[in-house]
Design a protein around this ligand. Structure first.
Ligand code: HEM
Length: 425
């Protein structure tokens, strides 16, 4: 076979350049006075994760535990050198005191510095950098205060009650004493209905209409373990600028258009007809007009400090929170389900810098109050109506799915719902 050198030489040169580009970061920590994880060409320190040999959470806990005596260590996240901070005081310093220098997030949805980023989340808080982030956060913060969130409580209660009643009715209709359900499916449907009503201003019932458009599109959008999405994710990690240049998005165009159209439609109808509904669309329309700026309640400052409402600008953002949460020096017997750790008496013993589910500091989760309200409502309505039992399908102990699947169990979470006996009032 004749080999055409005119093709072979440039091809080898191109492959060599790509290889060099993808591995050049691997030596980054060699000269640094901190330990670092072993690296492999093209995988950095994340082979086990990329090849789906470990769950994301287990991966973080595992690397956190590798260097128990250091405050910070290095790793190569595919191709990018990363400092992993495991010391709570240092995390606080970086994310609060020195926030100015560490303000920006890594790009997930394209080039964060590009004002023309067309990705679905390209112009949201999660993606914006520097002054553009500051301005957007200042505009949105008044819409996410505790009292603003509470205005949506009724909508959340409606979804919670609807779900509990649906499952109760199913048991009654089928003439059985109890019924098994998979909790990821149950909560996905619930969260879907809550997001639809609170964030998009439309009502859907994903229990009765199991395949409604909102649910189907939402589910497809969140299916991060599809090969095409994983490929795009990798693209954004390796070459975010190039991905943005070609207008590529993590999400499919179909979903991008579906959700954008709903919002545009809702805003148009409300503007045209002066409709006011107590939901996020209304709050964000108000925030856009600057109408909430002067309503920043002082009550927020007085709200319960600590886990639920980390005060903005007071503390910073975590890098290895899963590791901290499973560190026995902060949480004795960390794998034990022990809600008493967070009781009134015990919560004082927890150093707030070691409890970071919503991040900390000026860039913490803006939706934490909403998220907690949503979770508390559903837990209340479920416990009120049902007791829960293990079934032959319940995986014990529960194991997390491997790879970048997010927080997902390996085999589902199967639970038997048994209606509680009605007590006379
Ligand atoms: C249990 C549910 C949730 C958890 C555990 C969670 C956790 C987080 C975490 C860890 C961050 C990153 C903070 C950092 O970089 O330090 C974050 C950011 C963010 N979250 Fe959440 N979140 C939740 C629900 C929500 C909800 C319901 C919303 C919207 C209503 C939301 C909106 C945001 C936004 C916009 C950011 C970016 C904030 C910024 O960059 O300024 N989150 N969240």
């Amino acid at each position: 076979m004749e080999i055409d050198l005119m093709i072979l030489v440039p091809l080898v040169a191109i492959l060599g350049i790509i290889y060099h580009y993808l591995t050049k970061g691997n030596k980054y920590f060699h000269e640094k006075p901190i330990p670092s994880l072993a690296t492999e060409p093209l995988f950095g320190s994340t082979r086990r994760l990329l090849l789906k040999q470990t769950a994301f959470t287990d991966f973080v806990i595992n690397i956190y535990n590798k260097y128990p005596l250091v405050k910070v260590f290095g790793m190569i996240d595919t191709v990018t050198p990363m400092f992993v901070v495991r010391d709570p005081e240092l995390i606080k310093k970086i994310t609060v005191k020195d926030f100015e220098y560490f303000m920006n997030h890594r790009p997930v949805f394209g080039n964060n510095d590009d004002p023309h980023n067309t990705a679905l989340f390209g112009k949201t808080l999660v993606s914006l950098n520097d002054q553009r982030w500051r301005d957007m956060r200042a505009t949105l913060s008044p819409a996410f205060t505790g009292s603003k969130m509470r205005q949506m409580f009724e909508l959340i209660v409606e979804c919670s009650n609807n779900m509990a009643q649906y499952y109760k009715e199913q048991i009654r209709k089928n003439g059985v004493g109890s019924q098994e359900h998979e909790m990821k499916d149950v909560f996905t449907r619930y969260a879907n209905d809550v997001i639809a009503t609170c964030a998009f201003g439309i009502k859907v019932d994903s229990f009765k209409n199991t395949e409604n458009d909102f649910y189907v599109n939402g589910k497809k959008m969140m299916a991060f373990n599809r090969p095409v999405v994983m490929f795009r994710m990798l693209g954004f990690r390796i070459m975010p600028k190039l991905m943005s240049k070609f207008n590529l998005d993590l999400f499919d165009r179909e979903q991008r258009d579906f959700f954008s159209e709903i919002i545009k439609d809702t805003v148009r109808t409300r503007d045209a007809n002066g409709i006011v509904r107590p939901d996020m669309v209304h709050l964000l329309m108000q925030a856009r007009k600057g109408a909430l700026k002067h309503q920043r309640e002082t009550e927020e400052r007085e709200e319960v400090k600590g886990f639920a409402t980390v005060e903005e600008s007071e503390v910073g953002q975590a890098q290895a929170s899963k590791g901290l949460h499973h560190d026995p020096q902060y949480y004795p017997n960390p794998s034990k389900f022990d809600p008493e750790r967070f009781s009134e008496e015990n919560r004082e013993k927890i150093n707030p810098s070691t409890y970071l589910p919503f991040g900390i500091g000026p860039r913490n989760c803006i939706g934490s109050r909403f998220a907690l309200m949503e979770v508390k409502a559903i837990v209340y309505y479920m416990l009120r109506e049902f007791s829960f039992e293990r079934t032959p399908n319940t995986q014990v102990p529960l194991r997390l799915a491997k790879g970048f699947a997010g927080m997902r169990s390996e085999k589902g979470v199967f639970v038997e719902f048994r209606p509680r006996k009605q007590t006379a009032h």
